[in-house]
Design a binder for this molecule. Sequence first.
Ligand SMILES: [Zn+2]
Ligand SMILES: [Zn+2]
Length: 390
Amino acid sequence: MSKKDYYELLGLSKSAGEAEIKKAYRRLARQYHPDANQDDKNAEEKFKEVSEAYEVLSDTQKRAQYDQFGHAAFQEGQGYGGFQGGYGGGPFEDIFNMFTGRGFSEDDIFGMFHGGGQTRQKKGPEKGNDLRYDLEVEFIEAAFGVEKEIQIMRAENCPECNGTGAQKGSSPKTCPKCGGSGQVKYAQNTMLGQFVNIKTCDECHGAGEVNEDPCHNCHGTGRIRRKRKIKVKIPAGVDTGYRIRISGEGEPGIRGGGSGDLYIFIHVKSHEIFKREGNDIFCNMTVTFAQAALGDEIEVTTLEGHSKFNLPAGTQNGKVYKLREEGIPAFRGRRGDLYFEIQVETPTDLSKDQRELLMQFAEVRGEKIKPSEDKEKGFFKKVKDALGGS
Ligand SMILES: [Zn+2]
Ligand SMILES: [Zn+2]
């Protein structure tokens, strides 16, 4: 169930302006409104999709996030990655709780990539940037959880000047260009006349202060880039698309603002035997013709090793059996199941004796068969005879 592109839903191009978005939404909302389409499930679904698309695209910040990260920017607990809801706040809540000790709010989702959603104010504290790290984990690691050490490059406050950018002994001075306001006015001439515009001061970048003697270590930026090793605890049961937030491990805030967070995006590698769907896993199990016909105690490969299974006599090729709770451990509640499909193997390397036994077997069952190998042998024999061989 891949989500439709928000722009596509509204029939817009990526460059659509605010007015266009509003117009498209109004038109479609009227068309699919539940009042106008009673008992029409499709229309209701469409109405929801269109409203969701509008909610994001009409909000500048959400739209920017969507443009950059797509639907991944707004993943919530519902029905994602095979988890069909059912346990309260969804799987994300568990992951977030683990690190922050609190619930998962809408602020967490929308605050992700732009520092908490507060409007920028001159000189006010600003939360640091959040960081994203894409982490590949093995199938088994995702199933049972693992602790990993990752290495990230991030900006940190310069230890020499504590992030102020001013050399020790000097202090920041009021910006001469904007007089400390952080903003400058400039006139713009257009066909309609002259306008006075306000923009962020490019001398102090809106801070209102400049360093007369910049820190020698960070060249006045207050930041240095550093490699950091960070331990990440991956909980059992994660799947591709899950994110883990590590609070405060993003980039440092500005003017006393808190650090951003680090988000670990999980990518689970495929497994050579198992395929995963939600918390259930699937594999093939090869048995011989004799095992399938007579039944046998077989060993099925599981995530933890092997499990004995009594294969019933007369098992057909393609039959699927289930081992309860041998799938992926869930965050909460029941563990998934393991399904295996029987593949009956036809022997290809029969010896002379084995062939004869099978021929007898067929005869006893009243099957009249003309083995194809006999024809080939016959043909070669004829050639040999023709050449005068033995
Ligand atoms: Zn300035
Ligand atoms: Zn410095």
